[in-house]
Design a binder for this molecule. Structure first.
Ligand code: PSV
Ligand code: MN
Length: 418
């Protein structure tokens, strides 16, 4: 989408003036929706409460191993990244948190950064460790893994890094660490699978022991890449094994792009929730592998089905939808403006969540008990085919954000940064 170039910043006055201009159209759409389906006040409140963390690493233009085509106005520092997320949150009132990757974004003064974030209404979500790259002046290499490594000294270095990340998180008010390991092997015979698992488990135990009382550890799995024969946390089964062995503060994190083709992610989600071991999400979309595309851009029905299981499973356990799981985006923006892309992703999440909230669960349950397959499908698809955009807009409007989807194409309005 082509965007206009402005040199001023978006202010609350701009948002309100825009909302006013579009109010009549919005009201017409909302009236139509509420004449078609019953929308209880509770649903609107849930949409208003729901927050999705923005990853600090997704605010610049991404790239592939073939190249990168940077756009203008990319944030140059953590402060500017916070400013960008602040703008997203001002517009959609749903991006009220930021997730940092260490050492890509090391806060020098935790207190000052926390205050800056708070001035934009932002909190810090899970902090992410990085033992998938070697850093400058690092003593030992992670070429053959980190927490799984055959050399205890390498494992120790990786453990210490994770503990360091927890300390940064404590200074920012985070309450979780996400551990994603690229550990694995590229060729048959390279690794003893059991030793790799045991080393990883022992290392994770040491990191787990350093968690503050109120903290969680999210163990993210991935089927392949950068290792192409085996991954030491390769699927939800392995992640769950680690989480169960570690204890109550350890959970599985589901990144939508980390499965083998055609995996039934919604079923994985349902079972992890049933076990009380689903910790959080990395949202993105993909067609082939870990493509990190805009959420809902390729398989919106799958996204809805995942939210359907999330809502069903969280309700069954009496969980708070907005606070009991870690909701994060993990995407990369190669051809679009990162902020516009992130707004699209958050909007897609809100739409899927709103549709899942509208599912007639009582009737679905009855139809399931009667083996009425057709009715079951109709109930789900009735919710999925409901245009809930006016409802999502109403939630934003009620929270003081920009109600109209036109805000997504705000392009170079941004921050007046070149
Ligand atoms: C790995 O592909 C991953 O999904 C992990 O969450 C990392 O932290 C992130 O991407 C790095 O880009
Ligand atoms: Mn991820």
């Amino acid at each position: 989408m082509k965007s206009k170039i402005h040199d001023s910043k978006i202010t609350q006055q701009h948002i309100e003036a825009h909302n006013e201009r579009h109010f009549a159209k919005h009201k017409k759409r909302l009236d139509f929706l509420t004449s078609e389906v019953i929308v209880e006040w509770e649903i609107l409140q849930k949409l208003m409460d729901f927050q999705v963390a923005i990853p600090s690493w997704a605010l610049g233009t991404g790239g592939t191993r073939f190249g990168r085509f940077p756009g203008g106005g990319e944030p140059r520092s953590l402060e500017e990244k916070i400013e960008d997320v602040g703008l997203l949150h001002a517009l959609n009132r749903t991006s009220g948190a930021i997730s940092l990757h260490i050492p890509w974004d090391i806060p020098e003064d935790g207190q000052a950064i926390q205050e800056l974030a708070a001035s934009h209404g932002l909190k810090f979500d899970a902090v992410n460790s990085n033992t998938f790259q070697d850093q400058q002046n690092q003593a030992l290499s992670y070429k053959f893994g980190s927490l799984q490594h055959v050399d205890k000294a390498v494992r120790q270095q990786a453990i210490e890094h994770n503990i360091e990340v927890i300390k940064h998180g404590v200074a920012l008010g985070s309450e979780a660490i996400t551990v994603w390991l690229s550990d694995g092997s590229c060729f048959p015979g390279q690794l003893n699978f059991r030793s790799a698992f045991q080393n990883t488990l022992d290392s994770l135990r040491e990191i787990y022991a350093a968690l503050p009382l109120n903290w969680k550890m999210f163990i993210e799995y991935k089927a392949f890449e950068p290792n192409f024969y085996s991954m030491t946390v390769g699927d939800w089964g392995q992640s769950l094994l680690y989480a169960n062995k570690l204890g109550d503060k350890a959970f599985t994190l589901v990144d939508l792009g980390h499965h083998l083709p055609n995996a039934n992610i919604e079923q994985i989600v349902a079972l992890l929730l049933m076990e009380g071991k689903l910790g959080g999400f990395h949202f993105n979309d993909s067609k082939y592998g870990d493509d990190d595309l805009t959420v809902g851009s390729i398989r919106p029905y799958q996204l809805f089905l995942i939210f359907n299981e999330l809502v069903e499973g969280m309700n069954a356990r009496g969980m708070n939808h907005s606070t009991d799981l870690g909701w994060m985006i993990d995407a990369s923006h190669n051809v679009k403006d990162p902020l516009e892309d992130l707004l699209q992703s958050v909007e897609a999440i809100q739409i899927a969540y709103a549709q899942a909230l509208l599912v007639d669960r009582k009737t679905l349950n009855e139809a399931q008990l009667e083996n009425d397959t057709v009715r079951c499908q109709e109930i789900l698809q009735a919710a999925y085919r409901t245009d809930v955009r006016a409802l999502v807009a109403e939630a934003k409007l009620a929270s003081g954000g920009g109600a109209d989807a036109a805000w997504i194409c705000f392009g170079k309005w941004k921050l007046g940064r070149n």
